[in-house]
Design a protein around this ligand. Structure first.
Ligand code: R5P
Length: 311
């Protein structure tokens, strides 16, 4: 393991530290700051020649800063003759623009894949991509982890009877079905219509929810609009308690305040994105994915299979 090196930028140093603790390693030394005009300045402290370097940097807000930091760090590592560079992106930003769904729009998920590859990334380790097909935007190896087991364990401890797992939109059915199967729960879907990038409207609920306890599951929460619309619709349909399990807490604008004032009993997220002052938000529970990422990093480093992490 002495060829293994974990380093981080400014996106989520807490998660990188926790991964290192799991691995019993010290975080690699790096200086990541800014020049006076705002350009990113990076210096790797130690010799990384021939090392297997994992750069932990989710591209969460401030997305452009974090993405650019990641690219500059990869460039520095490449020029310092690192043996192999893995971009560890527990949250892969720019993923929601993953196809041309209207004329004259970009496919940013592919653009980011190109940028990472050109910068010098040899492989990518990521978690709960917005769309699984984004894997195909890379011509380098990509390992795609899922936080489902971390959530299932926590939801089981809530001991909710008459449980129904709800997907807040049609796109999330596959994920919701996987949760329902593991928890032995019923499945329902909210028929959502997106009015604008910031506003969603819940139309109908498909499935039996009346008198049940519901857990909405999703890959990310940004404005919180989708989740709150879905919870209002569930309440109207006679659901008792409503929880939400969302992997990436992007939580923009007033999302946290809106969650605190909502019908949700609890929003369960992970630490792929740092939540400042999380102890001050009584309705938000943060689960750690550091052990899962650490195990994946260890296995990738030792050239072992990671498929057991999906069981
Ligand atoms: C949509 O396809 C996603 O899975 C999320 O439901 C959505 O992006 C969340 O965005 P917001 O919180 O702004 O409604």
């Amino acid at each position: 393991m002495n060829k293994l090196e974990i380093i981080t930028g400014n996106a989520n140093p807490g998660l990188a530290e926790d991964i290192c603790k799991e691995l019993g390693k010290k975080l690699g030394g790096i200086m990541v700051s800014r020049f006076s005009e705002g350009e990113i300045r990076v210096k790797i402290d130690d010799n990384v020649r021939g090392k297997d370097v994992f750069v932990v940097q989710p591209t969460c807000p401030p997305t452009n800063e974090n993405l650019m930091e990641l690219l500059v760090i990869i460039d520095a590592l490449k020029r310092a003759s690192a043996g192999r560079i893995t971009a560890v992106m527990p949250y892969y930003g720019y993923a929601r623009q993953d196809r041309k769904d209207q004329p004259r729009v970009p496919i940013t998920a592919k653009l980011v894949a190109n940028l990472l590859t050109v910068a010098g990334s040899d492989r990518v380790l990521t978690m709960d991509l917005h769309a699984g097909q984004i894997q195909g935007f890379f011509d380098i190896p990509l390992d795609h982890l899922f936080a489902i087991n971390v959530f299932v364990e926590y939801i089981q401890r809530l001991k909710l009877n008459d449980l129904v797992i709800v997907s807040p939109d049609v796109g999330g059915i596959k994920t919701a079905r996987a949760y329902a199967k593991r928890l032995g729960a019923a499945l329902a879907i909210v028929d959502k219509r997106r009015i604008s990038p910031e506003k969603a409207e819940a139309m109908n609920i498909l499935g039996e929810v009346e008198g049940k306890n519901a857990v909405l599951v999703d890959d990310l929460i940004a404005t919180g609009g989708s989740l709150l619309e879905a919870s209002n619709a569930l309440k109207k349909a006679g659901v008792k308690k409503i929880f939400a399990g969302v992997v990436h807490g992007v939580l923009t604008g007033n999302a946290i305040k809106n969650i605190e004032n909502s019908l949700l009993e609890e929003l369960i997220i992970t630490d792929t994105i740092p939540l400042p002052d999380h102890k001050k938000h009584p309705k938000i529970k943060v689960l750690s994915v550091a052990p899962l990422l650490a195990e994946a990093i260890k296995r990738i480093h030792k050239e072992e299979s990671i498929s057991c992490l999906f069981d």
